[in-house]
Design a protein around this ligand. Structure first.
Ligand code: SF4
Length: 470
């Protein structure tokens, strides 16, 4: 049994990390033919992509996917620990599974992902959730086949969570959710240690994949007819720093753009590492989508310092305007936290004034949520929840106004949309524009998921636009 340890998870050494090539043991391959699995994913795109790897490993063992957890022989929760709400949802699901296990004694229940990296969660599972058969962390996903196999044959809980800085595993199988857009990991982990964030502890140090491996993966997606690739990492802009002296995210973006995949996106960017070269490359290649997610978190330099964000309000605004000036028709989205410990009304007003200056195309806004083990937990917080809710309400009013204002500018214009499916609204398709806006549209001719079509915008709403196919 290996339990997580935050002290170890925080350490960063100069030591080279191990590169591991995944291989499933012959004795486990197809051992579980006839059994079904149900996988529930919480959280970000990194987790969604991990789940694509997890599904593929389970399917290599012989499991087939069940659409309903009541039909499954194995239920696995791939969890997120970024906010309290995500925690509560996973524990709520474990409660429902207890009931199911009462009826199905052979049911195997597992938990993985970021929550598994938290010592408190593992202790709780050991003490209060004894019916959970196995837990593994983000650093040893590749061990899933052996851990599941042990959990099936043993009555003991299998808890295998490592806190070391992390290895880099190549060759993990993948079952992609869609056959026209794909996630490709380019870097794992984060070394930024923003004071409110649990990710550097749960995902380990920054480990870039070799450029050759990434390029090969994208080449094979191109030859399989994929239309869009999203380059993934907790902080993609740090790509290459741990591996190369003369090759960075700007170079990688340029090399991927030359592979001629129609659409390239990347998530998530820390403003600190956003270079001029990246901006030039995005502006130069039409297949790199003009859509940048640039989390600001606060408009107050004092709060940004407390958050450990390594930039000021002024340097963020300088970068923001550079991006807007150089990349034609770019849309910029952001993340904002209100009610960080120590945030006064004046700090919040600075956030509002920054929003009024940037007029973001989209913004994910949150009330600060304390994550145990992070430095922000030790900061004094005199603001009441009611005040924080009031700030969130006022912030949302302003951001929503700009979403609508920006969308209105597209009325009458034609945008290219990657079709994703049939909309909830009857007789409409939906998809995303190059600037990552949700478009619902009618079309007289038949279109398929993965087609890129011209849509004329007929009306704009706050969070989406309506149009008709040309
Ligand atoms: S850069 Fe992002 S992932 Fe890394 S510590 Fe900061 S908020 Fe967390």
């Amino acid at each position: 049994m290996h339990l997580p340890d935050y002290k170890e998870a925080r350490s960063r050494s100069k030591k080279k990390y191990n590169r591991i090539d995944f291989k499933i043991d012959n004795s486990i391959e197809k051992k579980y033919v006839g059994k079904k699995y149900y996988l529930k994913t919480y959280g970000c795109q990194m987790n969604e992509h991990d789940s694509e790897n997890i599904s593929a490993m389970l399917e290599a063992m012989g499991f087939v996917r069940a659409d309903d957890y009541n039909d499954a022989d194995l239920v696995l929760l791939n969890t997120c620990s970024i906010r309290e709400n995500a925690h509560n949802k996973a524990f709520g699901m474990l409660g429902r599974l207890k009931h199911l296990k009462g009826q199905k004694k052979d049911l195997i229940i597992g938990l993985c992902g970021c929550m598994a990296q938290e010592a408190k969660v593992c202790e709780e599972i050991l003490n209060k959730y004894k019916y959970v058969n196995f837990v593994f962390g983000t650093h040893n996903i590749y061990q899933l086949p052996e851990i599941v196999d042990r959990a099936v044959s043993s009555s003991k809980q299998q808890i295998e969570v490592y806190s070391r800085e992390g290895d880099l595993v190549e060759g993990l199988p993948v079952v992609r959710d869609k056959n026209y857009k794909a996630f490709v990991n380019i870097i794992y982990g984060c070394d930024k240690f923003c004071t409110y964030c649990i990710v550097p502890y749960t995902r380990g140090r920054e480990r870039s994949r070799k450029k050759e491996d990434i390029i090969e993966e994208v080449k094979s997606l191109v030859s399989d007819g994929y239309k869009e690739v999203t380059l993934l990492g907790q902080n993609v802009n740090a790509y290459g720093k741990d591996l190369y002296d003369d090759y960075d995210m700007g170079d990688l973006l340029e090399d991927i753009a030359k592979l001629n995949i129609p659409r390239i996106r990347f998530m998530t960017s820390h403003p600190w590492d956003f270079t001029d070269k990246m901006i030039e490359v995005i502006a130069k290649y039409p297949n790199i989508m003009p859509s940048v997610h640039l989390p600001v978190q606060s408009g107050s330099s004092r709060i940004l310092k407390l958050m450990g964000r390594r930039y000021t309000r002024e340097s963020y605004l300088e970068l923001f305007h550079k991006i807007k000036d150089i990349i034609p028709n770019v849309s910029v989205s952001t993340d904002i936290i209100v009610g960080f410990p120590g945030e006064e009304e004046e700090d919040f007003l600075e956030t509002l004034s920054l929003v009024n200056e940037c007029k973001f195309d989209n913004a994910f806004t949150f009330i600060f949520s304390e994550r145990e083990g992070t430095p922000a937990c030790r900061l004094k917080d005199n603001t009441t929840l009611k005040e924080k809710e009031d700030r969130l309400y006022r912030l949302n009013d302003v951001v929503n106004k700009y979403f609508l204002e920006n969308n209105k500018k597209l009325e009458g214009k034609t945008v290219k949309v990657l079709v994703e499916g049939v909309s909830d609204k009857k007789d409409m398709y939906f998809g995303y524009s190059d600037t990552n806006k949700l478009i619902n549209f009618t079309c007289e001719k038949e279109v398929n998921c993965g087609d890129i079509v011209d849509v004329q915008i007929t009306s704009a709403k706050t969070w989406s636009l309506d149009g008709k196919c040309k």
